[in-house]
Design a protein around this ligand. Structure first.
Ligand SMILES: CC(=O)[C@@H](O)C(O)COP(=O)(O)O
Ligand SMILES: NCC(=O)COP(=O)(O)O
Length: 243
């Protein structure tokens, strides 16, 4: 069964809207864990529009499940993760002004940089994952970087799911099999939701973890956080349901 890591960026977005501490990010992270989340993901961005660097330091002291820090490996980001030493660092090549992450790494072009950065982080005991598009060439070159895992950027899958889910999953399935063959661990994330998650999970061999934020927090407005986390966990349950 793939692990569910709840991305709490959006909680920080709401908190920052009023400058106080409501909602309390630390409390939400602990509650997500209490409600069944198997990991907490944050993606501090250089403008600290949602998660602040201080949040990451504070979360480190309380998160007891897998702590996953995502971000562009700028000098500031690298200094932060080296201080915090989370279980997993996910490197994402996003531009500082991007509304959200919008592409995976070009693992061919950035091979040397990734190799160096990944080695540094792994030597300090962190597991490293890198964000990639579902392209065989990028996954093959990801293997050469020394990364432990790849995170498949699932925006295209989510976008095309309702039109033709078989076609939407096809490139992901194919690189998931390639990753398995290459001995790369497999994560996935971006725009996953209660509609598209189960099919992704059923079709990606070796899927280890999904990180979900935007849709999960939106769903929590209607169903409540505890129910919502349970609903997402149910999508990842390998037990076949009765017809
Ligand atoms: C890496 C990734 O897929 C992003 O989805 C992510 O972490 C979300 O970031 P924002 O919450 O800033 O859109
Ligand atoms: N790595 C993806 C992530 O953490 C959350 O993405 P989203 O669910 O907010 O699109």
């Amino acid at each position: 069964m793939a692990k569910l890591s709840v991305n709490i960026n959006k909680i920080a977005t709401i908190r920052n809207a009023r400058g106080g501490n409501n909602p309390d990010l630390i409390k939400v992270a602990l509650d997500c864990e209490r409600f069944g989340a198997q990991g907490i993901t944050v993606h501090p961005r250089p403008d600290e529009r949602h998660i602040r660097y201080q949040d990451v330091l504070d979360l480190k002291n309380v998160v007891t499940t897998e702590f996953n820090i995502e971000g562009n490996p700028t000098p500031d980001f690298l200094e932060l993760v080296k201080k915090v030493k989370p279980e997993q660092v996910t490197l994402v090549p996003d531009a500082p002004d991007a509304i959200t992450s919008n592409a995976g790494w070009d693992t061919v072009k950035h091979q040397a940089f990734l190799k160096l950065t990944i080695k540094e982080l792994k030597d300090l005991g962190m597991r490293v994952s890198i964000f990639v598009d579902p392209l065989a060439e990028m996954v093959e070159a990801a293997k050469e970087t020394g990364t432990d895992r790849i995170e498949l950027y699932t925006e295209a899958y989510a976008k095309n799911y309702h039109q033709n889910r078989e076609a939407a999953i096809a490139p992901y399935k194919s690189v998931a099999m390639l990753a398995q063959k290459l001995g790369l661990g497999l994560n996935a994330g971006h725009d996953l939701d209660l509609d598209n998650l189960k099919y992704l999970h059923q079709n990606l061999p070796g899927l280890l973890e999904v990180s979900i934020g935007h849709a999960l927090i939106c769903d929590a407005l209607y169903y409540g956080l505890e129910n919502t986390i349970q609903l997402y966990l149910r999508q990842l349950d390998p037990t076949p349901t009765l017809p």
